[in-house]
Design a protein. Sequence first.
Length: 219
Amino acid sequence: MKKAVVLLSGGLDSTACLSMALKEGYEVYPISFDYSQRHNKELDHAKRIIDYYDIKNYRIIKIENVGGSALTDTELDVPDFDGNSSIPITYVPARNIIFLSYAVGYAEVLGADFIYIGVNAVDYSGYPDCRPEFINAFEAMSNVGTKRGTLGNPIKLKTPLIHLTKAEIIKAAFENDAPLHLTTSCYKGGGKACGVCDSCVLRLKGFKEAGLVDPIEYE
């Protein structure tokens, strides 16, 4: 069975991505990152998702927080959704560069051929490290910076959500029986989702357009 490293945040997109990797028959090695994020709720939910699937090969990686984001600095407020096209203060500097760098090293050690990451460039907050340009550039860098790449057997990045709307992602997750009731998307990390941050608004919009009911609770 071929192996795949899957980046799992505990959110909707990464859970949908995990469900796709499992449906495609890979032996999955999910990894989550503790990067001193604003709250631990997403890691708690990631563990619940792992338990739901009864996955044994799971790691949480500790990374020192570099700051500069409302998701890592509690002195910065998480803004409500405003539809602005500029990169928001919830952008975490170089997050996916760091995450994917670890994932590539881990995949090379495991002998895994693929890395799944749930980046999306349609219904998203405008983060530069979620775009096809970034994924293509990172994969090219990995191909020349790893032993496997230089030997002609590169590790491939799989981004099955990158061109999907949030509604399409949700429909695909439902078809795969993904445990969306165990996911969390809210940037604020309260007992119930706030419903007004970028992530909540995009999630609610997606469920509405998909004609489905979001199974999590909102304030």
